[in-house]
Unconditional design. Structure first.
Ligand SMILES: Cc1cc2nc3c(=O)[nH]c(=O)nc-3n(C[C@H](O)[C@H](O)[C@H](O)COP(=O)(O)O)c2cc1C
Length: 304
């Protein structure tokens, strides 16, 4: 594997992106993830101003992953830029600012506040499944509306714009194509699956306070691989492939489906921060055994 990976106009110093929402609030934790081998870090999705999430408990583990309903708590753009400045000064990782909002105007205003000297890209989160009580259906349920948001964000930033998509609505390929047609430079897929639910069998109370939550971790890997495969068929822009990746074999499948780089969220909680270094080592060993170049692996499953 070559040391750097070209992702449109963005150069990743190495493979592996920290997914939004996991260790993505403080500059110190994001810096540690980058130092442990991640090529890119994504901050937890931020709103224009500070907002509270759902009351606890917001995360529950089960045998194959997590159910979470954190509810998009956010420290706001200004404080997050301060934290990301720390990451910029201390690492070579690509910095992705994930943003969300409840309306198109505010998406544009939030994008305009992202410092292009600190961040390398903006990721638009239009796919969070566990805030429907506050925002109605996620925007990505409606491709036309999604396209308008992408266009508005692109009009308000010089940075490349990535769009984070959900597996929970029909035809993720059409949605990805609409994002590309409206100016997106890349796609991040997937956000959590569901929503799902876990129930305490003694009290019969749903285990997260919001009752429903997004499902992540190893159990969603096949859904994520299929989504990346469908997106690759539909667009020409690069993809960050995530959802259930915990091993080099998972990441290799994601890349063969069409991802240019892989991402890990829940896997960091399973495998620690060194998961990126371990996966990258595994990919390198695999490529040397297969006598393949990294570029030949991207989308390799599409020859069938
Ligand atoms: C606790 C938690 C919080 C998350 N918060 C966000 C978020 O703020 N923004 C976002 O776009 N995705 C968020 N996600 C989704 C992840 O970024 C990722 O897309 C998803 O979990 C699938 O990847 P994984 O199986 O590797 O975790 C969150 C996931 C978890 C588990």
């Amino acid at each position: 594997m070559s040391n750097t990976i070209q992702f449109g106009s963005i150069t990743f110093p190495r493979n592996g992106v920290l997914a939004s929402g996991i260790l993505g609030v403080t500059g110190a934790s994001m810096t540690r993830v980058a130092e442990s081998g991640a090529g890119g870090i994504t901050c937890k999705s931020i709103s224009k101003v500070r907002r509270k999430g759902h009351p606890t408990p917001v995360i529950q583990a089960y045998e194959h992953g997590l159910v979470n309903a954190v509810g998009l708590s956010s420290i706001g753009v200004e404080d997050t830029m301060e934290e990301l400045r720390h990451v910029r000064q201390n690492t070579d990782a690509v910095i992705i600012a994930s943003i969300f909002s409840g309306n198109i105007d505010e998406f544009g205003e939030t994008a305009a506040l992202i410092d292009d000297k600190v961040c390398d890209a903006i990721e638009i989160n239009i796919s969070c499944p566990n805030v429907s009580d506050e925002f109605g259906l996620p925007f990505c349920a409606n491709p036309q509306l999604s396209g308008q948001i992408v266009r508005r964000v692109c009009d308000n930033t010089k940075l490349p714009v990535l769009v984070k998509l959900s597996p929970n609505f029909p035809n993720i390929g059409i949605l990805a194509k609409t994002c590309q047609d409206n100016g997106a430079s890349g796609i991040t897929a997937i956000n959590t699956v569901g929503p799902g639910m876990l129930i305490d069998i003694h009290t019969f109370r749903p285990k997260v306070s919001n009752k429903r939550g997004g499902v992540s971790g190893p159990g969603i890997l096949p859904v994520a691989i299929r989504c990346v495969y469908d997106i690759y068929n539909a667009v020409d822009i690069p993809i960050i492939g995530m959802g259930g990746v915990t091993t080099a074999e998972d990441a290799i499948q994601m890349i063969a489906a069409g991802a240019t780089v892989y991402g890990v969220g829940t896997g960091v909680l399973y495998g620690g921060m060194e998961i990126f270094g371990n996966i990258n080592e595994g990919i390198e060993k695999y490529l040397s055994e297969m006598n393949m170049k990294y570029g030949e692996l991207i989308g390799a499953a599409h020859r069938f």
